[in-house]
Design a protein around this ligand. Structure first.
Ligand SMILES: NC(=O)c1ccc[n+]([C@@H]2O[C@H](COP(=O)([O-])OP(=O)(O)OC[C@H]3O[C@@H](n4cnc5c(N)ncnc54)[C@H](O)[C@@H]3O)[C@@H](O)[C@H]2O)c1
Length: 362
């Protein structure tokens, strides 16, 4: 088991049966009530393993969230808060969030707000959850089409990352999570990028060094968050691909065809690589390398002019921007990055067109 610590949060990567989870639930929180928050899919695919492997969870209360990003809303939290209240949950009890980024974001938010903060831990079950969403203390929910508009910073007590849970994850979700690994390599680790180019994410589960790959990717996030927990500076580089990605994701949430977070971020990374190139931060050769790789893994989405304008509208609402300027994290070559670069709307508009042209020329 590989061990990291981030602001008093212990992070273990490897077989959960070999780490400190057993001791945590059977000794430290022995006399606490335990609540396991799952969504419909992790209820079916992950819960039984956890409860049968760790008998101290036998009497845990299970709370089910509806699956899907469209359910990352206040109404769902409200129902869980009412249930927690009915069960007389106190601050010394323990909430275990077992699921992907939806469950850890929403469950973390629920735990952080209830009685001003109940102890919670995360067991991420999606690849995106393992390398990204469960780490870094951001919790929250959406407000209409504004992503993560409500939330707080609050670290769980511990995070247990075990790749066993990935075996039931739909392939499409593996590929979504892979986008964050790509992002980590592009913003901070050229060697990782060179490794990724040799891996087919559709066959990730048979990759012999999977736990290590997850540890390298999550280690990048841990290191950056450790340096800048409240995102005043360098942590912003983790938003690479996300400014435009969130615009695409938020826009699609309101249409008949919602797009997965990782997919939107992948297209956002192409767009923001193009912007990096246009601002002379990235070479044309590197831009081509990035576009070729990402466009082979992620499908195109096409928008008309009105839709692009709507996406830009959402981007300028992004909470990371101030005073009407859109500030972005951009690449300074592959494996290096910078943040708070002011980008005008015209260039963002052009970058959306550029993304489509990448696919049309393939
Ligand atoms: N807090 C952060 O720092 C942070 C960072 C990145 C993303 N996020 C958030 O994370 C969310 C996306 O995370 P996600 O991609 O994990 O989404 P998700 O939690 O919705 O999971 C994707 C799908 O996979 C299913 N699933 C998860 N684990 C499974 C398993 N082991 N077996 C079978 N099915 C499984 C889920 O039920 C869901 O249908 C977004 O809401 C995003 O805003 C948060």
């Amino acid at each position: 088991v590989i061990h990291f610590t981030l602001d008093n949060c212990s992070i273990e990567i490897g077989n959960i049966e070999n780490g400190s989870f057993q001791e945590l639930v059977s000794s430290k929180y022995q006399n606490s009530k335990k609540i396991i928050i799952v969504d419909e899919n992790t209820h079916d695919s992950c819960l039984e393993y956890l409860i049968t492997t760790f008998p101290s969870l036998e009497n845990a209360e299970v709370m089910l969230l509806p699956a899907g990003e469209e359910n990352k809303v206040m109404e769902v939290c409200f129902q869980v808060w009412q249930a927690l209240s009915e069960y007389n949950i106190s601050r010394s009890d323990l909430i275990i969030n077992l699921g992907g980024g939806l469950v850890t974001d929403v469950g973390g938010f629920i735990a952080s707000v209830f009685k001003r903060g109940v102890s919670f831990i995360h067991i991420p079950t999606s690849l995106l959850g393992m390398v990204d969403a469960s780490i870094g203390g951001k919790t929250g929910i959406n407000l209409g089409s504004l992503k993560n508009e409500l939330g707080v910073f609050n670290h769980p007590k511990a995070i247990f990352i075990d790749s066993r849970f990935l075996h039931t994850l739909p392939n499409q979700e593996l590929i979504n999570g892979f986008a964050e690994i790509i992002k980590h390599s592009l913003v901070a680790k050229k060697d990782l990028w060179d490794v990724l180019k040799t891996i087919d994410p559709a066959e990730l589960l048979t990759y012999p060094d999977l736990t290590n790959l997850i540890a390298i990717s999550s280690g990048i996030k841990i290191q950056i968050v450790d340096e800048d927990p409240l995102e005043k500076g360098i942590r912003k580089v983790l938003n690479f691909g996300h400014t435009i990605g969130h615009g695409i994701e938020g826009f699609c949430l309101n249409t008949d065809e919602p797009v997965a977070h990782g997919h939107a971020v992948a297209l956002g990374m192409i767009a923001e690589s193009y912007i990096s190139y246009k601002l002379n931060l990235l070479s044309e050769r590197e831009l081509m390398e990035i576009c070729l790789y990402i466009s082979q893994l992620y499908e195109a989405l096409f928008f008309n002019e009105e839709e692009r304008k709507a996406i830009i509208q959402l981007i300028s609402h992004d909470k990371k921007n101030s005073a009407g300027n859109v500030k972005m994290a951009l690449l300074k070559g592959i494996g290096s990055s910078t943040w708070d670069v002011v980008v005008n709307e015209k260039l963002i508009f052009d970058s959306l067109i550029y993304v489509e042209s990448v696919y049309q020329s393939n």
